[in-house]
Ligand binder design. Structure first.
Ligand code: SIN
Length: 307
């Protein structure tokens, strides 16, 4: 058995290293740099039912140990994705997890039905957590709405369903519990933290849309905390996301309770990182004396406080 293989309920992956939506385009732009079959999977940029022009520029700004983005789900629309981008993605020899966002359950259903009938889709990731569009987090901040959309997408066919959740709530646990109960195969934890950059000399926000989503190493401790808390409370596989830039970061997420991870912001400065991490993971299994990566998941032990 492949020692790096991962099972997220109905979704099987060759290894736990995925590339995060919005950081890898639709893979074409990475062709010269990345050994696609080495990856656990690719999650292309979110697609929506109709094309979207996205938010006004500037849309990104570098911050201390991270970046803010306010892209606004710029994309060419679902039909164009299926006709022109999906065939290329499906030819790459790795799992393709299609990330979708919509404003209604009916729109989610229609896209999920088409994806269930399409060739080469491994799973659907629901973006119910985008902080940069009006209504983008409505589904993801309300347990009932989040559960409804998961149930709706599950009803479209057998494709595994992953819910990508927002950290911009008091607690992610009730939302994760709701989507688990509704049949989700996994949760992706987490999308970006809402933030802001200011040019004080101009007395203006830097981003055209004023607010944006913070990602990168700055958020790793926050993401680890959420992964760990959800892993303690909810019985659902977790895909950890948040500032991963080296093997130790991957291992921290696995030990905290993630079964797989997504590499995001690091793709912008090192598109080869993900495939490098796969190689390094194989070595770490030998060093740790384990035969399966899953043996390391959730192995965090807490200090004994003697009370
Ligand atoms: C965006 O397109 O604004 C980013 C996507 C997201 O944060 O979900």
């Amino acid at each position: 058995m492949n020692p790096l293989s991962v099972k997220l309920r109905r979704l099987s992956l060759n290894n736990p290293i995925l590339v995060a939506s919005g950081t890898f385009g639709y893979a074409r732009e990475m062709t010269a740099y990345v050994d696609f079959p080495a990856l656990g999977g690719i999650i292309p940029k979110t697609v929506t039912p109709a094309p979207r022009a996205g938010n006004p520029p500037p849309r990104t700004v570098e911050t201390a140990s991270g970046m803010l983005n306010s892209i606004g789900l710029d994309n060419d629309g679902f039909d164009q994705f299926v006709a022109e981008k999906l065939p290329y993605l499906a030819s790459l020899g790795t799992a393709v997890i299609v990330n979708i966002a919509a404003k209604t359950n009916d729109e989610f259903l229609r896209m999920a039905q088409v994806l269930n009938a399409a060739e080469g889709v491994a799973a659907v990731e629901l973006n119910i957590s985008c902080p940069n569009v009006s209504g983008g987090v409505d589904f993801g901040t309300n347990p009932e709405l989040a559960a409804d959309v998961v149930r709706t997408v599950c009803s479209a066919g057998p494709l595994p369903v992953i819910a990508k959740l927002t950290p911009n709530v008091t607690s992610v646990i009730p939302i994760a519990q709701a989507v688990a109960d509704a049949g989700a195969d996994a949760v992706s934890l987490i999308n970006t933290f809402q933030g802001m950059a200011i040019d004080w000399k101009k007395r203006q926000p830097v981003l055209g849309n004023v607010l944006g989503g913070l990602s990168g190493p700055a958020i790793k401790p926050l993401a680890l905390r959420i992964v760990w808390q959800v892993a303690q409370a909810v019985d659902i596989p977790i895909i950890g996301i948040g500032g991963i830039q080296c093997l130790d970061d991957v291992m921290e997420f696995l030990v905290a309770g993630a079964s797989a991870v997504q590499i995001g912001t690091a793709n912008f400065y090192n598109p080869q990182l993900s495939s490098q991490l796969v190689t390094e993971l194989t070595d770490v299994l030998q060093q740790e004396g384990v035969s399966q990566i899953s043996e390391l998941v959730g192995t965090l032990t807490l200090p004994d406080r003697g009370n």
